[in-house]
Design a protein around this ligand. Structure first.
Ligand SMILES: *[C@@H]1O[C@H](CO)[C@@H](O)[C@H](O)[C@H]1NC(C)=O
Length: 665
């Protein structure tokens, strides 16, 4: 007999039983499954105890139990031991290999006790179950394969082989299960990492842990097992492009949006939070020109651009995550600055050969000009021209180098200075242009002779003019400049009426004054002619001649002269007339001359004596003396007449002559 009990009451019961056993008649052993229904037959107790039917009643067969519950009863009619109470093996003898209920079947008269042992066999009535509804494990993705994680244990109220005997894990690629049956009743399982996790591939792994008992058929219980893969900063940010290429116009104003960088990081949280940075390289600090928003990656223009200064920016940008050990990525940003026609052509005069001689040949170089335009492309292609009609043009030497050359006749006397406007225009849209004025001075060349106003000049000079007087001042004009226009005068020594002019006149070579060397007498010569040469001081000397006619003007410097026969030198100084002479009778004719000319020689005749003469008259212009009337007896015999001849000069000069008229019978 083997009795095993773990509690004290069972131990006491065992001692009692050992005592009783001294009087024991027999022992019956039955086996039943646990949890049979009330009334279920355990065995035919009467038959097994060799009891008659009537004994059962008369000897009062009853079941004695030391348990709080009786569990069994006897059906007197069927003589069967039956279950009177539902038996739960797990309650009755938890976690015990063998579970049996020991009872006695007691009989009176004679008193007899039969020991009955009912083995309660375990029925797989319970499924394994997990305490927690859901189990969650947080596992870092950085862990290496082989790492183990203890799993919760499932409980199964059943015993022995009906208890949990194994665990199973749902199909997955990362974990395996290591089931250990180390302890007495314990079967435990550990999760073993088989393959490194990758949060970025699968952040949550949903597994199902199944606990299986050893019953037949086996029962099982499941529990969801969620694995949260904990992020590790194992991903570097990745730029959406390794090279960002873009173009910005150089006139873009500060604040203009340039580009938005975008880098993504497969990690999570701070491990994926990307911050952007412009990287300084050498002396070039791109943050002077561009502003990069650390958080958004948006780049805006900070400063103004200048194509002429920088045509492109090659910038390295960084994206860095904020993990505990940050990872960073780089990309290149190529920003091309697009030229805008913002520069006018510039005209530079590199050399100027001015003044230019007015006799310069066509093609003579006056200036060297260079045109430049800082812009690129067509914005920097220029055309260059001379504005307006001037005797200059531009000749292209090489690319943007030009010569300003003489392209027409020059004449300093006409135009001595040119403001030559050069215009340069580029081919931008809209085009920009610029002007440059080159002052060209024309140098004088002795290409003009001194010039008199008229080739022949008449000079009128009064006779009797004082010696040394300036009778005329000659002027010859030379339009040239300076020495080329400095005129000197020279008398060309000619001879007029056998008189050498140089004895008559002199010239002041500087002033052109003509000075008389003698007093002229109209009555000697009235006109003479000479030439004066005007010469400039240029090289070669140029000259021109002028013919001067000197006309002497008469002065009333001669008195009338009475001609013979009535002159002082003449013999006749009396005339006779007959008494009978009619009125108008011709008496005499007085003739006079005057060396002067014109009015100075225009003579008139008057009877000056006797005054109030009423017998004779004289023709004022003819000089004829005639009678006015017939003679009378009262008239004198002799009439002394005085005739006055006067010229018309101013003042008037005169002469007188006396003629006696004698009247005869
Ligand atoms: C001026 O006169 C001189 C002398 O008669 C002569 O030799 C010269 O050729 C003349 N000059 C001009 C320009 O007529």
């Amino acid at each position: 007999m083997v009795c095993r009990s773990r509690d004290v009451s069972a131990w006491i019961y065992l001692l009692a039983l050992l005592y009783l056993c001294a009087h024991c008649a027999s022992q019956l052993t039955f086996s039943i499954s646990e949890e049979l229904n009330k009334g279920a037959v355990v065995g035919n107790i009467a038959k097994d105890l060799n009891l008659k039917v009537q004994d059962l009643e008369t000897r009062d067969l009853h079941i004695v139990s030391s348990y709080s519950k009786t569990y069994f009863d006897v059906n007197l009619r069927t003589r069967n031991l039956i279950v009177s109470e539902r038996i739960d093996r797990e309650e009755l003898c938890p976690r015990v290999d063998k579970c049996s209920i020991k009872i006695q079947a007691a009989l009176n008269t004679p008193m007899n006790v039969h020991r009955i042992e009912v083995n309660v066999l375990d029925v797989n009535g319970n499924s394994p179950s997990f305490v927690e509804q859901t189990n969650t494990l947080n596992i870092s993705e950085s862990l290496s394969p082989g790492v183990r994680f203890p799993l919760p244990v499932a409980v199964d109220a059943d015993f022995g082989s009906n208890a949990v005997t194994s665990y199973k894990l749902s199909q997955n690629e990362y974990f395996s299960l290591d089931v250990q049956s180390g302890g007495e009743h314990e079967v435990s399982a550990e999760l073993v990492l088989q393959k490194a996790l990758d949060r970025e591939k699968q952040a949550v792994i949903k597994l199902v842990l199944t606990a299986v008992d050893g019953g037949k058929p086996p029962k099982s219980g499941t529990s969801p097992l969620n694995i949260n893969v904990i992020d590790v900063n194992d991903n570097t940010p990745i730029f959406s492009r390794s090279l960002y290429k873009l173009q910005v116009k150089e006139n873009a104003v500060p604040g203009t949006f340039v580009i938005k960088l975008n880098a993504t990081d497969l990690d999570e949280g701070m491990n994926s939070k990307v911050q952007y940075l412009l990287i300084k390289r050498g002396n070039i600090d791109p943050t002077n020109i561009f502003n990069l928003d650390l958080e958004t990656g948006e780049i805006i223009l900070k400063d103004s651009l200048d194509y002429e200064e920088t045509r492109a920016f090659e910038i390295r940008v960084q994206a860095k995550d904020q993990g505990p050990v940050p990872r960073s990525a780089h990309a290149k940003l190529l920003i091309e600055v697009i030229d805008v026609n913002d520069n006018s052509p510039e005209i530079t005069v590199t050399s100027i050969m001015t003044p230019v001689r007015e006799d310069a040949q066509l093609g003579t170089i006056v200036a060297l000009v260079t045109v430049s335009d800082k812009d690129g492309g067509n914005n920097g292609v220029t055309k260059c021209n001379v504005v307006g009609s001037v005797p200059f043009k531009l000749k292209s030497n090489y690319k943007n180098d030009y010569s300003l050359v003489v392209d027409g006749p020059l004449d300093r006397e006409n135009t001595s200075n040119y403001d030559v406007t050069i215009t340069a225009i580029d081919e931008g849209s809209p085009p920009l242009s610029n002007n440059r004025v080159i002052a060209v001075h024309v140098a004088d060349v002795n290409d003009n002779s001194p010039c008199f106003k008229k080739p022949v000049i008449n000079v009128y000079v009064k006779e009797n003019s004082p010696v040394g007087s300036v009778i005329h001042t000659l002027t010859a004009v030379d339009p040239d400049l300076n020495e080329n226009a400095k005129v000197t005068y020279k008398l060309l020594d000619t001879v007029s009426r056998n008189i050498p002019i140089s004895s008559v006149l002199n010239t002041n070579s500087e002033t052109g004054d003509i000075i008389s060397l003698q007093s002229f007498n109209y009555e000697d010569f009235k006109i003479f002619q000479f030439k004066v040469q005007a010469t400039d001081s240029g090289v070669p000397l140029l000259s021109s001649n002028v013919t001067v006619n000197v006309l002497i003007l008469d002065e009333n410097d001669n008195s009338p002269t009475i001609l013979t026969p009535y002159s002082e030198l003449g013999s006749v100084n009396s005339e006779t007339i007959p008494y009978s002479a009619e009125a108008g009778y011709f008496v005499a004719k007085i003739r006079a001359v005057d060396a002067d000319s014109g009015y100075n020689a225009l003579l008139s005749y008057h009877l000056s004596d006797p005054k109030g003469n009423n017998l004779f008259k004289i023709g004022t212009s003819t000089g004829e003396i005639r009678t006015k009337r017939r003679m009378s007896d009262n008239d004198l015999e002799t009439h002394p007449l005085v005739v006055l001849v006067s010229d018309n000069g101013e003042p008037s000069l005169s002469a007188t002559v006396s003629v006696d008229v004698v009247v005869v019978e």
